[in-house]
Ligand binder design. Sequence first.
Ligand code: UD1
Length: 439
Amino acid sequence: MDKLVIEGGRPLRGTIPISGSKNTALMLMAGAVLADGVTVLENIPHLRDITTFSHVLRIAGASVRFDPETHVMRIDATRIDFPEAPYELVKQMRASFYMLGALLGRCGQARVSLPGGCAWGPRPVNLHLEGLRAFGAEIELDQGYVVARAPGGRLRGGRFRLEPPSVGATVNLLLGAVTARGSSRIENAALEPDVVVFGRALQQMGARIEGLGTRTIEVEGVDALQPVTFRNCPDRIELGTFMIAAAIAGSPGDTIYLTGAEPSHLGEAFLEAFRQTGAAFTFDGDTVAVTVPERLQAVSIETAPYPGFPTDLQAQWTVLLSQAEGAGFVRDTVYPDRFKHVPELMRMGLQARVEGNTVFLEGPQRLQGAHVMSTDLRGSVSLVLAGLVAEGETHVLRVYHLDRGYENLEGKLSAAGIAIRRESYDEFATPTPESAEEN
Ligand code: UD1
C-alpha cells in the first residue's frame, strides 16, 4: 500500500493548478448513458473514482476511453445491453448508484446494487427510490439489489419533493425524468453547482429542463438525447482545500495562485468564512490569488447544502482552526458523524473535543508529525494539511483514499515547495521485538 510522507514546516508558494471536478465528472459520465452515440467529456480528472465509474459503464455495455494527459474521455454508449451495476463496484463508490436513473432512462429497467453505509455513518438512498417510484418506476429489493422497471419501457414522470435537498437524488431523478413520457417536477432540489453544470450538459443533449439552480426543477420528457462534447467544470472542493493549505502553510505576506478555478462554485458561506479569517483573496478570471495574513483568526462554521459551507471542506477547516487565534467550532449538519479524522489529528497533538455533530477547539496549536490514517477522502486530506504545518515527518497511510479524489496531490504540493513523497509500505507488517531478532 502507499503512504505520503510530509516534512512539515516548509512554506507553500507559487502556483497550483485546479483539476476538473470529480463529483460533476461522475454525473456527466452517468448522463452519457442516455445518449445513443459517442459523448466526449473534457477536463475529466485522472482519479480512482473515475476509473471505477468507467468500469461501471463498461459492465453496462459502453466503451470508455480516457486519456489522462489531455483529460478527455470518450464514452460510446451505442450499445447499452446489460442494465446492471454490480455490488463489487457500487461498494467501492456510492456514485455508481447514478446508474439506477441512467439505466431506467435509457433502457426502462435497471438492477443496481444498494450501496451500504459509508465510513463515517449511514448514507440512505430512500429519496432516490421514493422519487423514482413517484416518476413511475416499479422497484423491488432482491438480495441487496434494487430492481427497477418502467412499465411500457419508459417512466411516466411525476412530482417529488426532496427533504433534505439531496445532491445524489436530484441527479438520479433528473436522469430518470429527461426521457420520461411526461413532465416531472423535482421540489426542494439541490442547488449545488455540480448539479447545475450537469443539468446544462443534459440541456445541451436535448433535454428540456427549467429551474436549474433553483429549488424547483421542471422537466419535460423527450424521446431521446443526443451525444455531445462537454467541458467539465473545475473542482470546487480541491480549490477550497488548496485555499486552506495556502492560508495555513503560506508565508505571511506571500501570495499563492490557484489556476483553472471557478471560485463562485464554492458558495458564499465558505468565501465569507475564509475572508473573516484574515486571509485575503482576489479573483482574476479563472485564477484565485490568496494572500497569507500575519495571523489567522478563528471563524466557526456550520455545514449546510449549497450555498452553505460544504461538508466536504469541514475536515480541512478543522485544521485551519488549529492554526488560527481564538476558539472556534466546526458543526456538520449534513453528516453529523463525519469526524473520524479528529482522533487521528489528536495523534498529531491536536487538542479538540467532539460533542454530537460539533468539534470544538482553540488555537493556535503546535502539531507534531505522526503516523496517521483516515477512513475517507476528505478526512485523509485534512491529515495532509496538518502535515504541512506539523513539526517533523507525518506519514499519511492508506493513500488510496486520496487517490480517489485529489489528482496528483503530491506532485502539485511538491511543485509548490512542500517536501512530500509517496512510499509503499506493508499495512500488515508486525514490528519485531529486538529480542526476537537476536535469537
Ligand atoms: C454528494 C457528494 C458528496 C457530498 C454530499 C453533500 C458526490 C459523488 N458526492 O453526496 O461528496 O459530501 O453530496 O454535499 O457528488 N439523504 C437522505 N436520503 C437520501 C439521500 C440523502 O436522507 O436518499 C441525506 C443524507 O443523509 C445527507 C443529505 O441528504 O444528510 C445530503 O446527502 P446527498 O446530497 O444525497 O449526498 P450525496 O449525493 O450522497
